[in-house]
Design a protein around this ligand. Structure first.
Ligand SMILES: Cc1cc2nc3c(=O)[nH]c(=O)nc-3n(C[C@H](O)[C@H](O)[C@H](O)COP(=O)(O)OP(=O)(O)OC[C@H]3O[C@@H](n4cnc5c(N)ncnc54)[C@H](O)[C@@H]3O)c2cc1C
Ligand code: FES
Length: 274
């Protein structure tokens, strides 16, 4: 019998962590494959997560490839499927198909300084790259992480970021002044401009709301980063995930296959349909 690419594997929710409260809450899920027939993935790849009877959503795999036993996903409550996902409990079964998409070329970045810039749930797609760089610390240069949210309650992975301070430069920000907040106040691109990371032997990786990415890239360029040394992801709406339905097209590219990871140099060659 031929393999059905749309058939998900079964995953059991092994752990759920509340990251961010509110209307657009974010929860992090650890999902174990039920019959041990999971898949390996690379940094930047995604998976379709399904809630049976509701539908499926493309979500970045937020755990690093070297982590075995489960896949991690951080999911913002946005609409039908993600709300249904937020209503599930530990032990519940979901569908998981993947891995989909291309990858961040992390092996090519050995010996380089890495500057990560995330906003909101946009920290999830770059989290596996950060974990990989720190796991193989001797192979990479300095690791800096810029991460911001509207308020301190909107920041995810806070405990992990605090722990990470021993190994990396962590620069957090909130949009407006708050009692007790001792780090940067202002938008993420302004924090980048303020700290002015050096472009020398460095790669910048940014992911977050499109407006944040636009100004981050503008500021990185002013600092001297070249288009080849800036990477981002694009999140066009997806249906099949396997280059069949055309839902995610940008110019000649199926983002689910050719993306979601792009250098800024490559993205500039595509029509602005993202
Ligand atoms: C490559 C990729 C990686 C992603 N990674 C993550 C992740 O790690 N965590 C996470 O929380 N979300 C991620 N997303 C977004 C996620 O797929 C959507 O938020 C989700 O599918 C919405 O489904 P829903 O049924 O809950 O909402 P719907 O009921 O379908 O829609 C609710 C609202 O969200 C809008 N919407 C739906 N999908 C998208 C989208 N892709 N981009 C912008 N707006 C959209 C709709 O237009 C509508 O306004 C990713 C998307 C892609 C394409
Ligand atoms: S989601 Fe169907 S072609 Fe990309």
């Amino acid at each position: 019998m031929s393999h059905n690419a749309y058939l998900p594997k079964l995953g059991r929710i092994a752990a759920i962590k509340d990251e961010v409260p509110g209307n657009r809450a974010i929860k992090t899920y650890q999902i174990e494959f039920v019959s041990g027939d999971g898949f390996e993935h690379d940094c930047g790849q995604c998976a379709m997560i399904s809630v049976f009877g509701k539908g499926e959503s493309m979500i970045s795999i937020a755990s690093a490839p070297h982590v075995t036993g489960y896949k991690q996903f951080s999911i913002m409550k946005t609409g039908r499927v993600t709300t249904a996902l937020h209503d599930l409990n530990v032990g519940d079964i979901v569908g998981v198909r993947g891995p989909y998409g291309n990858k961040f070329p992390v092996k090519d970045w050995k010996g380089k300084n890495l500057v990560f810039i995330g906003g909101g749930v946009g920290l999830a797609p770059i989290w596996p790259v950060i974990q990989t760089a720190l796991h193989h610390k001797g192979s990479y240069g300095k690791v800096s992480v810029f991460y911001g949210g509207r308020t301190s309650r909107d920041l995810m992975y806070k405990a992990d970021l605090d722990k990470m301070r021993e190994q990396a430069d962590i620069h957090l920000s909130v949009d407006a002044k708050e009692d007790g907040w001792k780090e940067f106040v202002g938008f993420v691109p302004s924090n980048v401009k303020d700290k002015a990371p050096s472009p020398d032997n460095a790669i910048a990786i940014t992911c977050g709301p499109p407006i944040m990415i636009k100004f981050v890239i503008q500021n990185l360029k002013e600092l001297g980063f070249t288009d080849d040394n800036i990477y981002t992801t694009i999140e066009n709406k997806m249906k099949c995930g396997i280059g069949k339905c055309g839902r995610c097209n940008v110019g000649k590219d199926y983002v689910c296959v050719n993306g979601p990871v792009y250098s800024w140099a490559a993205l500039k060659e595509l029509p602005p349909e993202y």
